[in-house]
Design a protein around this ligand. Sequence first.
Ligand code: ZN
Length: 151
Amino acid sequence: MEIDQHAAGTAAPPPVRIIPIPDATSAGYWEAAANHVLTVARCAVCGQTTLPPDMSCPHCHTTEPGFTFVPVEGKARVRTWTVIRRPFLQGFTPPFMLVDVELNDHPHIRMVAGLLDGAEAKLEIGTPVVVAFEDIAPKISVPAFRLEKSA
Ligand SMILES: [Zn+2]
């Protein structure tokens, strides 16, 4: 995935969130995300799943993984988290929380994403969360998570 860091250059631009730009490897992932469906990449050679899709499969190391994107339930458990209190990335207004989760149906897959319940959300290791999507640009939605009880 490439990141477009060139925000519109006006006199006093508002903070613009950087937009993921799908490439050939990640297009299927982002197409599904635009429809609010979380997917993982399945290797055509070994059948194992991974995220994010890379140029090669991390399991069998083929350089022609022919990934297909399979929907997942979108439920996960919190492994750890952090609260960001200082601005470091344009378009993100602190404080906000990032969670590191493992997917229930693919526990070897970890994701780091925003938690939409706010920086004061009460978390424990293992807290159940469910995927949610932030629509940040036309046809671009980014996965985040919510506490499952508030979903
Ligand atoms: Zn593989």
